[in-house]
Design a binder for this molecule. Sequence first.
Ligand SMILES: [Zn+2]
Length: 211
Amino acid sequence: MKNAIILLVFIALFQSCAITKGTENSTVLEAINLQSSVLNDELFYKILTELEEENGVDWSNGRMDKVNAQELSQYANNMSWLIAQYKEKGIYSTDEVFLWRKWNPFSSTRAVTTPCVFPNCLNTTKLNKWHLKRSKFSFTNTLIHERVHSFGAIHPNQSSRGNECDPSYVAGNLAEILLLYRHNQNLDNYDKILCPGLKSKLIVYGILNTP
Ligand SMILES: [Zn+2]
């Protein structure tokens, strides 16, 4: 009897950890489709380029160590490389986004992506099922963020705090804010910590109000 209970618990645990398709969640599906709006928005690239020109993006601490150095050397700077990746490789398709439940329900992990290690790039990402109660704009933030890892860039630790100016956080937060702005949403209560350079640029462009 005891063994049967252990087996049942194991099966329940295994099933809840099982990987399922992202499209089974309607909000995730909307976010998958919203990625194109971001990648077709010239302001997305303009702001990223200007931030790079002002040295506002943090590429330090081995963030680009997994990117092929020869490939990278073909670009004027790291941001030109990143923009080229978005333009050439595009969005995550509906077949490339999955849902999975992290064993730790208290983890703040929103998603995991195996970083591309040249030339083996896996174009998939998994969203954590413990964090599914959020908006389509928030999910798009995560997808645009995880895409940076799928291109090969990584960050030294998994905390958003202290990584605000990491390229994946900058791109993801910028994507979410541009979507909110384009959809006439109120940005006064936007609560994610922003890279200071990104924040001042969004204020200059009249997208965010001065606090
Ligand atoms: Zn990340």
